[in-house]
Design a protein around this ligand. Sequence first.
Ligand SMILES: [Zn+2]
Length: 321
Amino acid sequence: MVRALVLLVLVAACAPAPGPAPAASAPPAVRAALAPGAPPPAVAPPPVVARAPADAAAADPPAALVGADPLEGEPAASASDDAGAAPARNEPIQGAAPAATALPAWLRAVREPPPVRFVGSGRPGPKRVGLQVGHWGNESLPAELDHLRASGGGAVGGGYTEVQINYDLAQRTAALLRADGVEVDVLPAAVPVDYEADAFVAIHADGDARGALRGYKVARSPMSQIPTWDDALVGWLYAEYGRLTGLPRDDAHVTRRMQFYYAFNNRRYYAAVAPSTPAAIIETGFVTSAADRALLVGDPDRAAAGLAASLRGFLGIEPEP
Ligand SMILES: [Zn+2]
């Protein structure tokens, strides 16, 4: 009830926000994705990642790095944003809503997502998992996300584009999970409106203009309505992806763009998971790090095994022998 009141206050305080089109008039790609049994969206897969010889993965990245992941759903924070109502990491927003004028764009509610009546897909089985390929089909994002359409394939490093790596990892992870009887949707950047699944993981890889950073990190929405579940998913990803890849954690660089990632910011965007869907975003490593590319490009099966093991653990599924 308190949460509903806070939401109502937010909605009221933020009028007249330019609301995106409702689902009924969603773009064709989103409507198609919503139809039962619909085929995957008509988004061309990115080029397959070339198998890198061991020494190629260790080559220095090119001088002209695109660097920082342009992702992740929100315009770069301004200094005033930082002084404003940003919640601490992994803490739900509580108490009175901040004044409307202090609300940064990423916190402005423009819709009321469906209430949480169950957690997950709401069906007995099989388990359903959504793996989002970060940046895949950015150019087809709906109007509400037009600020992301031009962000291309994400971070670039060592001759590789992030979206290639994301796509490759998602497909390999999907194959592992399907072998365990899990129903897997490999999703493009445009997530079906109020997408329901037992788990949703947005797969990204990071970029660092200096080429100095490495490691992986995971985040969930600070506004989650099922924080215990989201925390469990984040915990499994941190534990199993780290255990199976050996990559260092890079928690220090979890950004607000990750926390308020559009695909689970369902108070602001329609092309987002339902509030009942446990959701997280993982930056699987740095495209701009030769050491991380040795895993992401040189040994993607290991990275996929880490993602699949995380989801198995979260869903309580034993791997098939
Ligand atoms: Zn990305």
